[in-house]
Design a protein around this ligand. Structure first.
Ligand SMILES: NC(=O)c1ccc[n+]([C@@H]2O[C@H](COP(=O)([O-])OP(=O)(O)OC[C@H]3O[C@@H](n4cnc5c(N)ncnc54)[C@H](OP(=O)(O)O)[C@@H]3O)[C@@H](O)[C@H]2O)c1
Length: 322
């Protein structure tokens, strides 16, 4: 049987008791449902987000919907991925925890501004939120992940196949469009996920880096949950018209959760829904541009220069051996 077809029931995950995960963008969408699925399987989850009220609402929703979730299983932590100070502070808090088995780098601007905007740090906001913050967070938590032989999962997108832009100007200083900003950020995220795996292997760090995507997952097909998902009637109507080739965010989270928690998955793999846009998780082939090591190495240098974060490979390799 091909490895990708090995049994994995996304509705009945293996027991994850004792495992600990941190998810970015936990208060809504795919991040929320990934947290819910992990908690349902017994894992401890650190839900992160940039707004304390939205985070509290999401945590309360998990406690309502997962009846046997012990309060200690769900923690919240403020983290704005577009803000380097916030990333560093959140990473410092997360490092106070006992262990970290997995990091789901999910937060993202999905509907970018029409005109180019920059963050307080001076970075283009989509690249900062979707890419730079995650690169920095993964570097800041690498040694902790290595101590548990953990995994990081980067969230890509089918859009990288539709318009495979080369992010030569990753912050789009010259020729900004919202679509280009989004797709470039996802090309970068995916390429960095594969590059991370190459570098971690080369350095002997016992951390796997995997890329996953959720297909086409809409809030109009997703259960209504107070404080988490309350689409308008018009959104429900429009999203239902696309139901044949889309799915709920609850189901979209399946591929991300499998990429995070299935021990048979290896670093450098790419996972997404069966048909590409919907369905149960399957191993897939990522867009060619995201597999180009030269583009990935260039992006890696950019991320190091812009964030000032260099991944502590030696320290992490030592932590892997302890
Ligand atoms: N849905 C799809 O079909 C699809 C397809 C391909 C890839 N993806 C990827 O999947 C991920 C999640 O998408 P989604 O559909 O779940 O989107 P969503 O429903 O809009 O949720 C996005 C999440 O990211 C958070 N976020 C945005 N900016 C942030 C920041 N600066 N700091 C921290 N958190 C921030 C949001 O928090 P706030 O509530 O505070 O804004 C929210 O929790 C994204 O990376 C997206 O690119 C989605």
């Amino acid at each position: 049987m091909p490895r990708a077809d090995r049994r994995w029931d996304p509705q009945h995950l293996p027991d994850l008791t004792g495992r600990s995960y941190l998810v970015t963008g936990s208060n809504a969408g795919l991040g929320y449902f990934a947290c819910e699925q992990l908690v349902r399987a017994g894992a401890r989850v650190v839900m992160t987000g940039r707004n304390p009220n939205r985070l509290a609402a999401a945590r309360a929703a998990i406690h309502r919907r997962v009846v046997d979730a012990a309060p200690a299983l769900v923690e919240t932590l403020l983290l704005d991925t577009s803000n380097m100070g916030s990333v560093r502070a959140a990473a410092a808090s997360a490092r106070m925890g006992d262990r970290l088995d997995g990091l789901l780098l999910n937060a993202g601007i999905v509907h970018p501004p029409k005109k180019r905007e920059t963050t307080g740090d001076g970075h283009e906001v989509v690249f900062a939120t979707n890419v730079l913050g995650h690169f920095a967070l993964a570097g800041e938590l690498l040694t902790m992940l290595a101590s548990s032989a953990g995994r990081m999962v980067w969230v890509g997108s089918m859009s990288t196949t539709v318009t495979p832009y080369d992010p030569v100007d990753p912050q789009l200083t010259a020729d900004y469009s919202g679509w280009r900003a989004y797709v470039q950020s996802k090309v970068a995220t995916t390429a960095l996920g594969f590059e991370a795996d190459r570098r971690l292997r080369a350095a002997g760090v016992a951390v796997t880096s995997v890329v996953a995507h959720p297909g086409y997952s809409t809030s109009g097909l997703t259960p209504g949950i107070a404080g988490v998902n309350s689409p308008s009637k018009a959104t429900r109507f429009a999203d239902n018209l696309q139901a044949l080739f889309s799915q709920s965010k609850e189901h979209g989270a399946w591929s991300l959760v499998r990429a995070l928690a299935d021990p048979t998955i290896e670093g450098g793999e790419f996972w997404g829904p069966r048909t590409g846009s919907r369905g149960e998780p399957r191993r897939q082939t990522a867009a060619k541009i995201t597999r180009d090591p030269e583009i990935a190495a260039r992006l890696w240098r950019t991320c190091e220069d812009v964030t000032g974060v260099k991944w502590p490979m030696e320290e992490a390799a030592q932590a892997s051996r302890r």
